[in-house]
Design a protein around this ligand. Structure first.
Ligand SMILES: C[S@@+](CC[C@H](N)C(=O)[O-])C[C@H]1O[C@@H](n2cnc3c(N)ncnc32)[C@H](O)[C@@H]1O
Length: 238
Protein backbone atom coordinates (compact mmCIF):
# COMPACT_ATOMS: atom_id res chain seq x y z
CA UNK A 1 0.00 0.00 0.00
CA UNK A 2 1.08 3.62 -0.33
CA UNK A 3 3.30 5.11 2.34
CA UNK A 4 0.79 6.93 4.49
CA UNK A 5 3.19 9.76 5.30
CA UNK A 6 3.76 10.66 1.65
CA UNK A 7 2.54 14.29 1.21
CA UNK A 8 0.77 13.44 -2.08
CA UNK A 9 -1.06 10.58 -0.36
CA UNK A 10 -2.10 12.80 2.56
CA UNK A 11 -3.29 15.47 0.08
CA UNK A 12 -5.18 12.89 -1.98
CA UNK A 13 -7.10 11.56 1.01
CA UNK A 14 -7.74 15.10 2.31
CA UNK A 15 -9.19 16.16 -1.05
CA UNK A 16 -11.87 13.50 -1.30
CA UNK A 17 -15.52 14.32 -0.60
CA UNK A 18 -17.19 12.63 2.40
CA UNK A 19 -18.11 8.98 1.97
CA UNK A 20 -21.39 8.62 0.06
CA UNK A 21 -22.82 5.98 2.41
CA UNK A 22 -22.10 8.21 5.41
CA UNK A 23 -23.82 11.13 3.64
CA UNK A 24 -26.87 8.96 2.93
CA UNK A 25 -26.98 7.76 6.56
CA UNK A 26 -26.86 11.33 7.88
CA UNK A 27 -29.32 12.66 5.30
CA UNK A 28 -31.77 9.90 6.22
CA UNK A 29 -31.74 11.28 9.79
CA UNK A 30 -30.15 8.12 11.17
CA UNK A 31 -27.52 9.93 13.24
CA UNK A 32 -29.14 11.71 16.19
CA UNK A 33 -27.93 15.16 17.32
CA UNK A 34 -25.13 14.79 19.84
CA UNK A 35 -24.27 11.29 18.63
CA UNK A 36 -20.71 10.05 19.11
CA UNK A 37 -18.86 8.74 16.07
CA UNK A 38 -15.48 7.00 15.82
CA UNK A 39 -13.56 7.47 12.56
CA UNK A 40 -10.97 4.69 12.45
CA UNK A 41 -8.17 5.34 9.95
CA UNK A 42 -9.42 8.88 9.40
CA UNK A 43 -6.67 9.64 6.83
CA UNK A 44 -7.01 13.26 5.61
CA UNK A 45 -10.16 13.83 7.64
CA UNK A 46 -12.85 14.04 4.96
CA UNK A 47 -15.44 12.28 7.13
CA UNK A 48 -14.23 13.65 10.48
CA UNK A 49 -14.39 17.24 9.18
CA UNK A 50 -17.83 16.74 7.66
CA UNK A 51 -19.24 15.29 10.89
CA UNK A 52 -17.56 17.89 13.10
CA UNK A 53 -19.43 20.53 11.11
CA UNK A 54 -22.66 18.85 12.21
CA UNK A 55 -23.79 18.52 15.81
CA UNK A 56 -21.82 15.31 16.27
CA UNK A 57 -18.77 14.53 18.43
CA UNK A 58 -16.22 12.64 16.39
CA UNK A 59 -13.16 10.88 17.75
CA UNK A 60 -10.70 10.13 14.94
CA UNK A 61 -7.83 7.66 15.12
CA UNK A 62 -5.05 7.04 12.61
CA UNK A 63 -1.70 5.30 12.94
CA UNK A 64 0.05 7.86 10.73
CA UNK A 65 0.99 11.17 12.41
CA UNK A 66 0.89 13.09 9.08
CA UNK A 67 -2.74 12.03 8.58
CA UNK A 68 -3.57 13.00 12.16
CA UNK A 69 -2.00 16.43 11.61
CA UNK A 70 -4.04 16.96 8.41
CA UNK A 71 -7.27 15.97 10.17
CA UNK A 72 -6.57 18.11 13.24
CA UNK A 73 -6.01 21.11 10.95
CA UNK A 74 -9.49 20.59 9.49
CA UNK A 75 -11.20 20.11 12.84
CA UNK A 76 -9.48 22.99 14.69
CA UNK A 77 -11.52 25.78 13.02
CA UNK A 78 -14.68 24.21 14.48
CA UNK A 79 -13.52 23.30 18.00
CA UNK A 80 -10.13 24.98 18.57
CA UNK A 81 -6.66 23.41 18.51
CA UNK A 82 -6.74 21.84 21.98
CA UNK A 83 -10.06 20.10 21.42
CA UNK A 84 -8.88 19.06 17.93
CA UNK A 85 -5.85 17.40 19.53
CA UNK A 86 -8.11 15.59 22.01
CA UNK A 87 -10.51 14.40 19.33
CA UNK A 88 -7.97 13.39 16.65
CA UNK A 89 -5.44 10.89 17.92
CA UNK A 90 -2.52 8.79 16.78
CA UNK A 91 -3.46 5.20 17.44
CA UNK A 92 -4.06 1.77 16.02
CA UNK A 93 -7.42 0.20 15.32
CA UNK A 94 -6.61 -2.92 17.29
CA UNK A 95 -5.71 -1.12 20.54
CA UNK A 96 -8.41 1.41 21.41
CA UNK A 97 -7.65 1.17 25.12
CA UNK A 98 -8.45 4.82 25.83
CA UNK A 99 -12.01 4.43 24.48
CA UNK A 100 -14.69 3.04 26.78
CA UNK A 101 -17.11 0.20 26.02
CA UNK A 102 -20.46 1.01 24.35
CA UNK A 103 -19.41 4.58 23.59
CA UNK A 104 -20.24 5.15 19.92
CA UNK A 105 -23.40 5.39 17.88
CA UNK A 106 -21.45 4.91 14.65
CA UNK A 107 -17.98 3.62 13.77
CA UNK A 108 -16.41 4.29 10.37
CA UNK A 109 -13.92 1.62 9.28
CA UNK A 110 -13.41 2.70 5.68
CA UNK A 111 -10.31 1.26 4.04
CA UNK A 112 -8.52 0.65 7.31
CA UNK A 113 -8.93 -2.93 8.60
CA UNK A 114 -7.32 -4.30 5.43
CA UNK A 115 -4.06 -2.72 6.64
CA UNK A 116 -3.77 -5.45 9.26
CA UNK A 117 -0.76 -7.54 8.38
CA UNK A 118 -2.09 -10.78 9.84
CA UNK A 119 -5.38 -12.42 10.77
CA UNK A 120 -4.89 -11.85 14.51
CA UNK A 121 -4.48 -8.07 14.10
CA UNK A 122 -7.60 -7.93 11.93
CA UNK A 123 -9.57 -9.98 14.51
CA UNK A 124 -8.43 -7.67 17.33
CA UNK A 125 -9.64 -4.69 15.30
CA UNK A 126 -13.07 -6.25 14.74
CA UNK A 127 -13.32 -7.05 18.46
CA UNK A 128 -12.42 -3.49 19.39
CA UNK A 129 -15.13 -2.14 17.07
CA UNK A 130 -17.72 -4.42 18.67
CA UNK A 131 -16.58 -3.36 22.15
CA UNK A 132 -16.78 0.42 21.59
CA UNK A 133 -20.10 0.37 19.67
CA UNK A 134 -23.12 1.00 21.83
CA UNK A 135 -25.95 -1.57 21.56
CA UNK A 136 -27.96 -0.63 18.48
CA UNK A 137 -24.97 1.23 17.02
CA UNK A 138 -23.60 0.47 13.57
CA UNK A 139 -20.28 0.27 11.72
CA UNK A 140 -19.75 1.21 8.09
CA UNK A 141 -16.97 -0.87 6.55
CA UNK A 142 -15.15 -0.63 3.22
CA UNK A 143 -12.68 -3.45 2.77
CA UNK A 144 -10.61 -4.77 -0.12
CA UNK A 145 -11.37 -8.23 -1.46
CA UNK A 146 -8.83 -10.86 -2.59
CA UNK A 147 -10.74 -10.85 -5.91
CA UNK A 148 -8.78 -7.64 -6.66
CA UNK A 149 -6.36 -7.95 -9.57
CA UNK A 150 -3.11 -5.94 -9.52
CA UNK A 151 -1.89 -5.37 -13.10
CA UNK A 152 1.41 -7.19 -13.08
CA UNK A 153 1.32 -9.88 -10.44
CA UNK A 154 -1.04 -12.24 -8.70
CA UNK A 155 -2.04 -11.95 -5.07
CA UNK A 156 -0.56 -14.75 -3.03
CA UNK A 157 -1.94 -15.91 0.28
CA UNK A 158 0.55 -15.90 3.14
CA UNK A 159 1.33 -19.48 4.14
CA UNK A 160 -0.64 -20.53 7.20
CA UNK A 161 -2.95 -17.51 7.04
CA UNK A 162 -6.64 -17.54 6.14
CA UNK A 163 -6.91 -13.99 4.77
CA UNK A 164 -3.48 -12.30 4.62
CA UNK A 165 -2.14 -11.75 1.09
CA UNK A 166 1.01 -10.34 -0.44
CA UNK A 167 1.08 -8.57 -3.79
CA UNK A 168 -1.61 -5.94 -3.35
CA UNK A 169 -1.30 -2.57 -5.15
CA UNK A 170 1.27 -0.10 -3.88
CA UNK A 171 4.85 0.52 -3.01
CA UNK A 172 5.42 -2.49 -0.83
CA UNK A 173 3.65 -5.50 -2.29
CA UNK A 174 5.61 -7.71 0.10
CA UNK A 175 3.76 -6.23 3.07
CA UNK A 176 0.79 -8.51 3.76
CA UNK A 177 -2.73 -7.09 3.80
CA UNK A 178 -5.79 -8.84 5.18
CA UNK A 179 -8.48 -9.15 2.51
CA UNK A 180 -11.96 -10.69 2.65
CA UNK A 181 -14.74 -11.63 0.29
CA UNK A 182 -18.15 -10.38 1.42
CA UNK A 183 -19.20 -13.68 3.02
CA UNK A 184 -15.95 -13.96 4.98
CA UNK A 185 -16.22 -10.37 6.16
CA UNK A 186 -19.79 -11.01 7.33
CA UNK A 187 -18.55 -14.10 9.19
CA UNK A 188 -15.76 -12.13 10.90
CA UNK A 189 -18.26 -9.56 12.21
CA UNK A 190 -20.80 -12.27 13.08
CA UNK A 191 -18.13 -13.82 15.30
CA UNK A 192 -18.32 -10.71 17.52
CA UNK A 193 -22.12 -10.55 17.37
CA UNK A 194 -22.56 -7.94 14.63
CA UNK A 195 -25.03 -8.65 11.81
CA UNK A 196 -25.47 -7.01 8.39
CA UNK A 197 -27.99 -4.18 8.39
CA UNK A 198 -28.13 -4.45 4.59
CA UNK A 199 -26.59 -7.16 2.41
CA UNK A 200 -22.87 -6.56 1.99
CA UNK A 201 -22.10 -5.28 -1.49
CA UNK A 202 -19.10 -6.03 -3.71
CA UNK A 203 -17.92 -3.22 -6.00
CA UNK A 204 -15.46 -3.78 -8.87
CA UNK A 205 -13.56 -0.72 -10.14
CA UNK A 206 -10.46 0.08 -12.18
CA UNK A 207 -7.56 0.96 -9.87
CA UNK A 208 -6.81 4.68 -9.59
CA UNK A 209 -5.70 7.27 -7.05
CA UNK A 210 -3.13 7.25 -4.28
CA UNK A 211 -1.81 3.84 -3.40
CA UNK A 212 -2.38 2.47 -6.90
CA UNK A 213 0.37 0.68 -8.66
CA UNK A 214 2.28 3.25 -10.78
CA UNK A 215 4.76 2.81 -13.59
CA UNK A 216 8.14 4.60 -13.66
CA UNK A 217 6.52 7.76 -15.07
CA UNK A 218 4.02 7.90 -12.26
CA UNK A 219 1.06 6.70 -14.34
CA UNK A 220 -1.35 4.26 -12.83
CA UNK A 221 -0.80 0.97 -14.56
CA UNK A 222 -4.22 -0.62 -14.50
CA UNK A 223 -5.66 -3.52 -12.65
CA UNK A 224 -8.91 -3.91 -10.78
CA UNK A 225 -9.78 -3.24 -7.18
CA UNK A 226 -12.65 -5.09 -5.62
CA UNK A 227 -14.14 -3.56 -2.46
CA UNK A 228 -16.69 -4.97 -0.06
CA UNK A 229 -19.02 -2.30 1.33
CA UNK A 230 -20.72 -3.48 4.49
CA UNK A 231 -22.86 -2.02 7.29
CA UNK A 232 -23.22 -4.02 10.52
CA UNK A 233 -25.28 -3.45 13.65
CA UNK A 234 -24.55 -4.40 17.25
CA UNK A 235 -27.73 -5.86 18.72
CA UNK A 236 -29.55 -4.33 21.65
CA UNK A 237 -28.98 -6.22 24.88
CA UNK A 238 -31.79 -8.73 25.41
C1 LIG B 1 -7.28 4.12 2.81
S1 LIG B 1 -6.87 5.21 4.11
C2 LIG B 1 -8.42 5.45 4.93
C3 LIG B 1 -9.33 6.38 4.22
C4 LIG B 1 -10.29 7.09 5.14
N1 LIG B 1 -10.98 6.21 6.05
C5 LIG B 1 -11.30 7.84 4.30
O1 LIG B 1 -12.47 7.43 4.26
O2 LIG B 1 -10.91 8.83 3.67
C6 LIG B 1 -6.12 4.15 5.31
C7 LIG B 1 -5.72 4.91 6.57
O3 LIG B 1 -5.52 3.93 7.59
C8 LIG B 1 -4.40 4.32 8.35
N2 LIG B 1 -3.90 3.11 9.01
C9 LIG B 1 -3.15 2.11 8.49
N3 LIG B 1 -2.95 1.15 9.40
C10 LIG B 1 -3.62 1.55 10.53
C11 LIG B 1 -3.79 0.99 11.83
N4 LIG B 1 -3.24 -0.21 12.16
N5 LIG B 1 -4.53 1.66 12.73
C12 LIG B 1 -5.07 2.86 12.42
N6 LIG B 1 -4.91 3.46 11.21
C13 LIG B 1 -4.21 2.80 10.28
C14 LIG B 1 -3.45 4.93 7.35
O4 LIG B 1 -2.50 5.77 7.98
C15 LIG B 1 -4.42 5.68 6.44
O5 LIG B 1 -4.60 7.01 6.86
Amino acid sequence: MARWDDPDTVAFFASRPPDHRLLAWVEAGSLPCGARVLDLGCAGGRNTAYLTGLDVEVIAVDAEPAMVAATRARVAPFVGPEEAARRVRVGRFDALDDLRDDAFELVLALGVLQNATDDAEFARGVREIARVLRPGGTVLVAHFSPASRPPDRALSRVAGSAHAYRGFFGEDPELPMVLHEAGDLDAAFAAVGLAPLVPSDTVVAPASGAGSHRDTRGRTAGGTRVTVNAHYRKPHAS
